[in-house]
Design a protein around this ligand. Structure first.
Ligand code: DC
Length: 231
């Protein structure tokens, strides 16, 4: 089989989710959003009042949580212990909490092993921050998706506006800069480009164009893999 693991890492607003989903669709691969898993653990921790400064409790909670990412008919649902939390994990409060649980090494160990299991048979597009560096250092294709910070902030502002939240551009720009700092400067699994990741800067590209470029790269790698398997 020449089906690959494709990793897409990058900062907030780089278009990871839209692009990764579309790449998976075009390749006929499964799509896996690792950020949703950190959000799922954070959602449960908030609900159970788990103290965010207790790493042991957070790690134990992650170990005792069943997270299912279910793709059906183009929609993507996130289940925590059987409860559908697809909408609930997208709030600002859960995003904040997720960035706190994401720094806990014990939580990461649990989720990384889940992520590896989910991609055992290949044919997966997984997006996140450390997928090409930590989760799948030997992935068949690694992409680091980026765009100018102003463009990423404007994308975020539009997303908020679509949900009815009207924010000033300068406010969103500051938020994006702060999240960039937190993602890139944390001690455990910081956001960095893997040395063998292809840097795709989509400052001046739309999501569809970006996805098609990645699909071209994936097809080339699939063909090379198939050829290598024949020799
Ligand atoms: O991509 P997102 O905003 O849904 O991610 C939620 C949080 O999880 C965010 O703080 C970054 C973190 N995260 C991570 O540390 N490692 C990943 N592989 C994916 C997300």
């Amino acid at each position: 089989m020449s089906r690959l693991i494709v990793t897409i890492d990058g900062p907030v607003g780089s278009g990871k989710s839209t692009v990764a989903r579309r790449v998976a669709e075009l390749l006929g691969y499964a799509y896996l959003d690792s950020g949703a898993m950190y959000r799922a653990v954070a959602w449960k921790a908030l609900r159970e009042n788990t103290p965010f400064d207790c790493e042991e409790k957070l790690a134990a909670l992650a170990g005792a949580t069943r997270i299912d990412l279910v793709s059906t008919d183009g929609s993507y649902r996130v289940l925590v212990d059987g409860t559908d939390v697809t909408q609930q994990i997208r709030t600002a409060a859960v995003a904040q909490a997720a960035s706190k649980v994401a720094v806990v090494a014990g939580v990461r160990t649990v989720l990384v092993s889940e992520q590896r299991r989910a991609a055992e048979r290949g044919g997966v597009v997984m997006e996140g921050r450390d997928i090409g560096t930590v989760v799948f250092p030997d992935a068949g294709l690694k992409i680091f998706l980026d765009a100018a910070v102003e463009v990423r902030a404007e994308r975020r502002r539009l997303e908020y506006a679509q949900k009815g939240e009207r924010l000033e551009f300068s406010e969103v720009l500051e938020e994006v800069r702060q999240r960039d700092r937190r993602d890139r400067e944390r001690a455990v699994s910081p956001l960095v480009r893997a040395r063998d990741a292809v840097l795709v800067d989509n400052t001046a590209m739309g999501a569809e164009e970006t996805a098609r470029l990645i699909v071209l790269l994936a097809r080339e790698r699939e063909a090379a893999k198939a050829e290598a398997q024949q020799v």
